[in-house]
Design a protein around this ligand. Structure first.
Ligand code: HAM
Length: 424
């Protein structure tokens, strides 16, 4: 057997049905907040990620899937999409009439991380980016959208954690303080952290090695180094979130694994997901568009991980089986059963159809396994009177000979809908 590549997987119908519900909810809600969908390429020039996500980030250093194209260009499967959105903004001159652009995207990303539950090498994100706005109202609007979305899809056990990472004025000061702190603990820090100290001391706060974590628990935090402008931005954002009752907690240890963040940075963690419990994250990236050669346009955004969100919401009402499964009890009933299924499907109802030749008990068990609400039974008696018997599989009740076989599609569909909706 040829197996799928390590860290890559198939999303099977049950899971993808949940994903579709998550995607539908995003499309509907994001549009209400003025965001339009952008479909981005999956392949970009490697330098796009090196310059935006950062040369010293784990993603660029060790997790990218890239190759040299036949013409010598270095290409990479996108590890995230914010860089591509910034590129598209510049390339498509999206700020021409109005500097503000509100874009969302849904699609696969690729990172060569160590696979484990909730962490894949191909994973999927739903993301939203708001470019052209530096004011804290933009951050607040985006976080409100994120909170409303999580509420709508039934991801209730989530927590929004917020931080400010400062800007080009105050971050270098903080970085220096961190470097000095790290240098005092060189004997304990791991070899990776020694390297981080040289190249990007902020990453010290991200280390997973227990000894390093213990040392870093006492490290200085960004909050104490924020300049007046950054502190005011954070203060205004918090006031707006409080006003709209968006729940959040401050977490001054969030540094994020991507280099483009300025000021606002946040993560959404969900209960019960195990080690990989971040369902989403984002922040502000004011220097990014300019760093990629575009105008000096600020931006703020987030991305949600579908693979994890699908699990965090699986207990909810998003998943549903077919409305009905048609069960022909004998060979003679196959034709009428097929006709019935076809007419109902043409009306947009989700309908299953079983082959004949098994006992009623076995057929009912199949219908139940498929998560159907109704079983439509076609036996000798039903064929004689021209009306099928319907069993409500949830309530365990039979309605004998209620569905008229020669009725029109719309009549059949409304009869089935009435039976499904009988008790809500
Ligand atoms: P990120 O934190 O790297 O941010 O990823 C966002 C979300 O994608 C994570 O919270 C997680 O749910 C999901 N995710 C990341 N890696 C994996 C993986 N290997 N397997 C499964 N899920 C994963 C970004 O990507 C930024 N572009 C977010 C952003 C948008 N910032 C500003 N705008």
């Amino acid at each position: 057997m040829i197996a799928a590549v390590k860290g890559f997987r198939d999303v099977l119908p049950e899971e993808s049905r949940r994903w579709q519900a998550l995607e539908d909810a995003a499309r509907e809600l994001f549009l209400a907040y003025g965001f339009g969908e952008i479909r981005l390429p999956i392949l970009e020039r490697t330098e796009l990620f090196a310059r935006s996500v950062g040369e010293t980030s784990d993603i660029v250093e060790k997790e990218m899937y890239g190759f040299i194209d036949r013409d010598g260009t270095s290409l990479t499967l996108r590890p995230e999409a914010t860089a591509s959105v910034a590129r598209a903004y510049i390339e498509g001159n999206l700020g021409r009439a109005d500097a503000q652009a509100r874009l969302f995207y849904i699609g696969p990303m690729f990172r060569r991380e160590r696979p484990q539950k909730g962490r894949y090498r191909q994973f999927y994100q739903i993301g939203a980016e708001l470019l052209g706005r530096a004011d804290p109202l933009a951050d607040a609007e985006l976080l409100l959208l994120l909170a409303r979305y999580l509420e709508r899809v039934g991801a209730r056990e989530t927590r929004l954690e917020l931080n400010s990472l400062g800007d080009e004025t105050c971050r270098p000061v903080y970085r220096e303080r961190l470097r000095k702190f790290g240098e005092r603990h060189l004997d304990v820090l791991c070899p990776d952290c020694h390297r981080r100290l040289e190249r990007n001391p902020l990453r010290l706060l991200d280390c997973k090695v227990e000894a390093c974590r213990q040392v870093m628990a006492d490290a200085p935090v960004m909050r104490d180094s924020l300049c007046a402008d950054c502190a005011a931005h954070l203060g205004q954002l918090r006031a707006l979130l409080d006003q709209e009752r968006v729940p959040y907690v401050m977490n001054f240890r969030i540094v994020r694994g991507l280099d483009y963040y300025r000021r606002t940075a946040f993560e959404v963690v969900a209960e019960g997901l195990g080690a990989q419990n971040a369902v989403g994250a984002g922040g502000r990236y004011d220097g990014l568009v300019a760093a990629l050669g575009g105008p000096d346009v600020p931006g703020v955004g987030f991305a949600l991980g579908l693979d994890r969100l699908g699990v965090a919401t699986s207990a909810g009402a998003l998943a549903s089986g077919p409305a009905a499964v048609i069960l022909p009890l004998e060979e003679r009933a196959v034709g009428p059963a097929f006709a019935l299924a076809t007419r109902l499907r043409q009306q947009g109802l989700s309908v299953g159809l079983e082959p004949a030749g098994r006992s009623l008990k076995a057929l009912l068990r199949s219908a139940d396994r498929r998560g159907a609400r109704l079983a439509v039974i076609l036996g000798e008696e039903e064929l004689q009177v021209g009306r099928a018997t319907v069993r409500d599989l949830v309530r365990g009740q039979d309605r004998r000979q209620v569905l008229t076989l020669d009725a029109s599609g719309p009549e059949l569909a409304s009869a089935v809908q009435a039976l499904v909706g009988a008790d809500g």
